[in-house]
Design a protein around this ligand. Sequence first.
Ligand code: G16
Length: 541
Amino acid sequence: MRTVSTVPFTDQKPGTSGLRKQVKTFQKPGYLENFVQSIFDSLPELSGGTLVIGGDGRFFNDKAIQTILSMAAANGVKKALVGQSGLLSTPAASCVIRKYGADGGFVLSASHNPGGPNGDFGIKYNGKNGGPVVESVTEKIFARSKVIESYKITDNDDVNLEKAGLDRIDSMQIEIFNSVTDYANMMEGLFDFDAIRRMFASGFEICFDAMHAITGPYAKEIFVKRLGTSAGSLMNAVPLPDFGGGHPDPGPTYAKELFAKMFSDKAPNFGACSDGDGDRNIVLGKNTYVSPSDSLAIITANAHLAKGYKKGIAGVARSMPTSRAADRVAEKLGIECFETPTGWKFFGNLLDAGRITICGEESAGAGSDHVREKDGLWAILMWLNIIAVSGKSVEDILKDHWQEFGRNYYARHDYESVDKIKAEKIMRTVEQQLAELPGKSFHGETILKADSFAYTDPIDGSVSKNQGMRIDFESGSRFVLRLSGTGTVGATLRVYLEKYVPPTGDLAQDTHKTLADLDLIANEIAKIKSTLERESPSVIS
Ligand code: G16
């Protein structure tokens, strides 16, 4: 074991989902080591404890795992459980941490961000409950990273990650385990695999795009081996370090081939895709796109059709910018509904306390209390279970839902890689107007309320401020503005637009046309396009 002197980096503040930087940054001497040591220093219980380690297989995954193993051994970790070949989807990591009572886990991923030597890398630390650690812990890690002077590491040969079995570094035991089995077993316990298998056998066709990211091996085991769909139902199912040059971002922009197929004459009954680390999902029907906010509402309304949720659900939570479609379902079911800041870590306390069963976000994430992460394949299986039991198509499920609850037209406009100073100026421009906006009218819409979202955690009372600007209109429409916490270049400004139409209104309008006025108003108030000198967002979803 060696103690190596180091100099702090100033930019190791974890964002929405861990520390996410360009690979080149992580390759700087000491960069990865400093952050990992800051975690060990902030969580002394890891000495003598058990750690889970794995990642989405992106470039630098294997190297980072070897470094973390050597540092874990040097920091007194008793046992390391490592996904075979270094692979572990984010929800599977959460599943394994919980199942084997580990003290925590390193999840290596930059999610949907591109991979490869010129792409991004990331590290997330999850705690004992299997979820991303809360803000007070990430703050502690960041504070430590600013003053760190040395890190501990052992000199050892690389551990062979390819073969399941036992190994050790000094006195630390290492177990390389099958990355898929525990997770697949858990899914089989939650969903009615017999019903889905019968549906597949009767000719129901699916297409799942793993985007050359982590879900390929999981999809093969679950969809092909256990549920009996054909191997041809899977696209891009082999994980690659650079995701085949694509962005593993499950949306129309990057999952082009899948979307083209689902909107063609030859569309199968059901389409879906997931992201880099397998925690996000998008669900599609024949010529039908299900927005993540609608998906959350539909899952909340129908979860009781799946065997793991037969008893009903305790409550639901959504991140603040997510559309309020789920709120209407909660009202009808008479269950609690929470609005939390963006970031899965804010759901953890509510899940642990049993206040919610289901949660989700507009950014293509949904999950439940089965783990403490959002879970792409879980959401896809939930949909398949709902379809198998109800006998309805995706399109009919969506239409029937709107018919019952009304429709929250919704879109997110992203201005990516913009100048940080300009993006912050836009946020300040809105902030300065907050007090005077209520009562003012723009293009026929009158503002009811305007605030900067602050969240008080109902379980531990912690307060998170500055979580985005909310502008609510008397009509029930709103727009939200916030800066992304996951980008690695400049800043990303997100503008979320939402308009509610009741069941008696026109439920078949074009989303983007319907929201055009709100977009105009947001621009008038926030001066987005003029400040950024951009005519349009980089991505509309
Ligand atoms: C992460 C978080 C999510 C968040 C998303 C986007 O997801 O876990 O809670 O909604 O980023 O965050 P932002 O709007 O700050 O970019 P993932 O899948 O990227 O880890």
